[in-house]
Design a protein around this ligand. Sequence first.
Ligand SMILES: NC(=O)C1=CN([C@@H]2O[C@H](COP(=O)(O)OP(=O)(O)OC[C@H]3O[C@@H](n4cnc5c(N)ncnc54)[C@H](O)[C@@H]3O)[C@@H](O)[C@H]2O)C=CC1
Ligand SMILES: CC(C)CC(=O)C(=O)O
Ligand SMILES: [Mg+2]
Length: 371
Amino acid sequence: MGNYRIAVLPGDGIGKEVTKGAVEILQAVATRFHHQFEFVYGLIGGEAIDQKGTPLPDETLAMCRQSDAVLLGAVGGPKWDQNPPHLRPEKGLLAIRKEMNLFANLRPVKFYDSLIDSSPLKAEVIQDVDLLIVRELTGGLYFGKPSGRHVEDGEETVVDTLLYKREEIKRIVTTAFELARKRRKKVTSVDKANVLESSRMWREIAEEVARDFPDVKLEHMLVDNAAMQLIRNPKQFDVLVTENMFGDILSDEASMLAGSLGMLPSASLSTSGPSLYEPIHGSAPDIAGQNKANPIAMILSSAMMLRLSFGLHEEAKAIEKAVQQVLTSGYRTADVARNGQRIVSTKEMVNEIKATILDDGAILNIMAVYA
Ligand SMILES: NC(=O)C1=CN([C@@H]2O[C@H](COP(=O)(O)OP(=O)(O)OC[C@H]3O[C@@H](n4cnc5c(N)ncnc54)[C@H](O)[C@@H]3O)[C@@H](O)[C@H]2O)C=CC1
Ligand SMILES: CC(C)CC(=O)C(=O)O
Ligand SMILES: [Mg+2]
C-alpha cells in the first residue's frame, strides 16, 4: 500500500470533464489495490485568470511542487482569446512547464484493434502502429526571446525566436535514445536542417549522442517529410524526437492513427521534481460542457503517472487493460464512433472503465480464494 499526493489542475472546457473522470478512475485503482491517493486541486488557465488575475497563481505552482505528481486537463477558450499575451490561459501552461522543468513530453501513439474503423486511414497502414513522440517541452519556438510585436520605422513588426542551448538539445535527444533502447532501438530525429540553423545544431548533437548508443539506429528526417510519412507509413517509426512546436503539430496529426485526438495521453517529465501528466488535446470549446468528450486520453495519462512517477506497473496495466476491454466491448464516445455505433457520454465511458477495473479486481480476488 502506498500514499501519494496528486495535484489536480482541471483547467478549462473539457479539461474539467476529463480530469473528473481520471480522478474517479484513480479512486477505483486505489480501492482495488489498497492505495491512498490524496487529491489536491489548483487553478490554472482561464479560470485562474478569472479568479486570481493570472494564468498560473503562485499557490498552484507551490502546491504542484509539493505533490508527488500533477494531473492537468487542458486550458483555454474563446472567452480569453482577445486577452493581452500575459493574460492568455496558454501562458499558464507554458509557465508551469518551464517552472517545473518539464522538458520531456512523451506522447505514445498506440493502435487499438477495436478502433480499426475509427481512423480515416486504411487498416493496413495503421494496424500495429506503436510509436513514441518525444517532444522537447521547455525551449524552442514557444519560449525564445525576443517574442512580440513592435513598430519599427513606422512599420508593425512581429517576432518569435527559436532558441536552444546545446545542453537542452542534448538532454532531450539522450532521453529519446534511452527510451528507444527499451523499445525497437530506432530514433528518428525530426528537424528542418535544410533551412534552420537551430536544426543543424540539433542534427549535430543527435549524431554526438548516437555515439553513446551504438545499439540504437539514428535517422534524420525533415519535418515536412515526417508529417507525410506519418500518414504514408507510420510503422517505420519507433521513437521520434523533435523541437517543441514540431512535436506539438506532429502529435496532433499522429493522434488520427489511433482514431482521435481524444485517445492520446502524455507525460511531461522532469528530472528535478514532480512530473506532470496531460492529454495531448486542448479544452475543445466546441464540445465543452456537453458530456461528449472522450476521457480516454486523460485516463491513459493517469496510467502513465502511476507507472512513471509511482512505479505502480500493475495498477497502470489495470487501467490500460480496462480501456482496451471497454473499447472491445463496443463503447464509443462520439469522436471514435462509426457506422451507426451507439455513442456513450463522457460519464458513461468513465463509469464503464471504472466498473471494469473494480470487476476485474473482484474476479481476481475470487480466483485467489479458490486457488
Ligand atoms: N494542453 C492544453 O491545455 C491545450 C490547450 N489548447 C487550447 O484549447 C483551445 C481549443 O483549441 P483547439 O485548437 O480547438 O484544439 P482542441 O484540442 O481543444 O480541439 C481540436 C478538435 O478536437 C476535438 N477534441 C479534442 N479533444 C477531444 C476529446 N477528448 N474528445 C473528443 N474530441 C476532442 C475538439 O472537439 C475539436 O474539434 C484553445 O484555447 C487552445 O489554445 C490546445 C491544445 C492543447
Ligand atoms: C499552449 C500549447 C503549446 C498547448 C499545446 O498545443 C500542446 O501542448 O500540445
Ligand atoms: Mg498541441
